[in-house]
Design a protein around this ligand. Structure first.
Ligand code: GLY
Length: 353
């Protein structure tokens, strides 16, 4: 997989001009959603480099990450005269960068694209690393391709208009990056003042977080090995997310990941010796900032079933990424059904559910 340029922008205008220059094209398209067209597009529209760009607007939120929406993007590209030498810019959160990236990867067998993530989650995770796709058949990201953006331009000024829930959703992935990398970064994240956000300090933390992800993706772009480290918290997290979806409970991805981290740190502790004090500190932070996702023991079988269908599994064996310590990752771990149910008991007890 070719390497993508990930830039923490000082000036979006200059970075975008360079990124566009890198991709000679006949026509330029910008994909936005209902939110980013209103909130972020006005500042970009003024840029002379984008004056001839055609905008394609799709519905916002994960519910629109569908084959139907993808088809409307293909159709718009086709009707507006896109060729295989056209360039697509995705301006939005993870839904736009995932779906737009997949539209670009498949239209006329692939056109180049640039990501401009506008949410914290998209900046530190979704837009970086070349995973693209849509939800299908009730399953998240079931259809997709590895197809890296030509450039990812991170403009943290967009974060000033982000609501707190979406801030914390992205912050959970940053916390994950801290846990899988080093104690200093993890400690910085736990002590960051989320009540009074210092945006220039946040920019520094975002830069560190993206670097952690980039380093891992560069070593293992197709997730054969070390990229699985990025799945910490996601095995249980995806099960919480699926349960929430089935029960019509609104849960943002990062919240499910945070609660998944609680469970997977406990599993890390009992199976590979993750230190109890660091587990407790991380859990306290998550409890304070994310609240809890209530489950009772009648839900255990259902959660277990969701975990058995996770696409990270091989031959139906549930795959976990665990930690021996901060920055000391243990890949391809498994756990018995009893251990997983014990983990749910622990989660309920320590989260006060
Ligand atoms: N979101 C995890 C990854 O990109 O591998």
């Amino acid at each position: 997989m070719s390497k993508q340029d990930v830039l923490l922008c000082e000036s979006l205008e200059i970075s975008l001009a360079r990124a566009i220059e890198k991709c000679p094209h006949d026509k330029l398209f910008i994909l936005t959603d209902e939110h980013t067209t209103a909130l972020c597009m006005p500042s970009l529209k003024q840029l002379s480099i984008l004056k001839n760009a055609a905008e394609i607007i799709i519905g916002a939120e994960d519910t629109h990450k569908t084959l139907d929406t993808l088809a409307t993007v293909w159709q718009a590209l086709s009707e507006k005269g896109a060729s295989r030498h056209s360039l697509l810019i995705n301006l939005g959160g993870g839904m736009v960068t995932d779906l737009g990236g997949f539209a670009a990867a498949t239209f006329k067998r692939g056109i180049p694209y640039i990501n401009i993530p506008t949410t914290l989650l998209a900046m530190v995770d979704a837009s970086v690393g070349g995973k693209t796709g849509i939800n299908f058949n009730g399953l998240k990201n079931e259809i997709g391709a590895f197809a890296p953006a030509s450039s990812v331009l991170i403009e943290t000024e967009f974060l000033r208009s982000l609501d707190l829930q979406n801030f914390f959703s992205g912050y959970a992935e940053m916390l994950k990056h801290g846990l899988i990398s080093n104690t200093a970064h993890w400690a910085e994240l736990l002590s960051f003042d989320t009540e009074q956000i210092d945006y220039s300090y946040l920019k520094k933390l975002v830069g560190q977080s993206v670097q952690i992800k980039e380093d891992i993706v560069e070593q293992d772009p197709f997730e054969q090995d070390i990229r699985k480290a990025l799945n910490l918290g996601h095995t249980v997290g995806h099960a919480f997310e699926s349960l929430a979806l089935a029960e019509d409970r609104h849960v943002l991805h990062g919240y499910a990941v945070a609660w998944g981290i609680v469970c997977e740190l406990y599993l890390s502790h009992i199976k590979v010796g993750f230190p109890q004090d660091k587990m407790r500190q991380t859990i306290q932070f998550i409890k304070d900032k994310y609240g809890t996702f209530a489950i009772d023991c009648k839900k255990y079988d259902r959660l277990y079933e969701y975990m058995q269908h996770d696409k990270k599994n091989t031959a139906g064996i549930i795959n976990f990424t665990l930690l021996k310590d901060i920055g000391d990752v243990s890949l391809n771990e498994t756990a018995s059904k009893d251990e997983i149910f014990e983990t749910f008991d622990f989660y309920r007890e320590c989260m006060g559910v």
